[in-house]
Design a protein around this ligand. Sequence first.
Ligand code: AMP
Ligand code: GLY
Length: 423
Amino acid sequence: MKVLVIGSGGREHAIAWHARKDPRVTGLFIAPGNAGTAQLGTNLPIAANDLPGLLAWAEKERPDWTIVGPEEPLCLGVVDRFAEKGLAAFGPNQSAARLEGSKAFAKRLFLKHRLPTAAGAIFSDPLEAYAHSQKAPYPQVIKADGLAAGKGVVIAKNPDEAAKAIYRIMERRAFGDAGREVVIEECLTGPEISVLAVTDGKTYQLLPLAQDHKRVGDGDTGPNTGGMGAYAPARFLDEATRRRIEEEVLAPLLAALPKEGIDYKGILYAGLMLTPTGPQLLEINCRLGDPETQVILPLLETPLVDIAAAVARGELGSLELRFNDLSALGVVAAAPGYPEAPRLDGPIEGIDLPATGNRYVFHAGTGTKGGRTVTRGGRVATAVAWDRDLETARRHAYELVEGIGFAGKVFRRDIGARAQQKT
Ligand code: AMP
Ligand code: GLY
């Protein structure tokens, strides 16, 4: 079986690693991949958002499955374009991917279907946005509508910060067309949780609940990033909270989609905040999370292509996802200056240790230069370990991240430190 993985981050290295464990997978291709994926399969010099390039390759090589990592190709319609040519790609179609591609679209849907979410309003006229933001309570959350690589969300503490954010997003168009509309909403508080489900549009199954650490600094300080580390499963959640997440958020959300004409097939990732009054929806992502995937896939025993095939046939209900009973924890090593201005191209040592036992370094922003592995992206790698208990996994993941050597390496020292805390 031939498998194509689209993307180049730690998530895609983890997908490729999981696919490699499946003996039926005889050909593994990653577009464009990184220095880590090059050791598992063949990297293709095709960017993840180059739909014509991906399609041309796939029409010639006819992969049995394409697994799409990042949101951009999904929002551009890669699954639809592949389907037109009879090529199977795992992920939601373009219309379903709007749930991530447009925060205004998602928010309208949450509000219309009375899903638990922060009170908020949507604006396409900057003057109306300024007027609204001056009177609403603070802090206030201002979100650019479109994809902005995790940088389009501002938590404004006062009217001045709100006005600056609206100006930057809507008038200066710091994120281009992503700033055509803004969502302005109430600021919620509480721990965040990543709820990832697989759905075939009829039924769904949960992946282990994961917790990401979005801020760059220890103790959740500094700017937001793509994610600095994660662990799964989030055992600190009690049964009642888990039930509320499914009954109050996930099930009603999935029931709302067909009513909106959305045929959602693939991974649906709900970003939730566990507030004092219950779980609230912050956002929907139409893909696996990064770094959540790096800690979820070591726990998943069912081959990815079996999940993709069951979803495509609309038979997810008859596939039982299997997980081991271990805990996994991953720590991201980032380049100095991440997330604002990462300094790249530095040589990396100790990233390719032989895989021994339950630990693995998933590459992210890495490439090769003159035969050496070098830093190519803000997040360089995720060091992951999995074990019977989270503490052991945590200790091993930290040993692993300590062993990765590059100048100015940045990583958080408190990934999973609050995992035992009750909400
Ligand atoms: P989003 O892309 O909408 O998930 O926003 C990115 C991050 O901003 C989230 O992971 C939260 O940390 C934060 N955030 C988003 N919406 C809110 C909100 N209503 N209240 C507090 N924090 C939020
Ligand atoms: N870890 C956050 C995300 O994948 O969006």
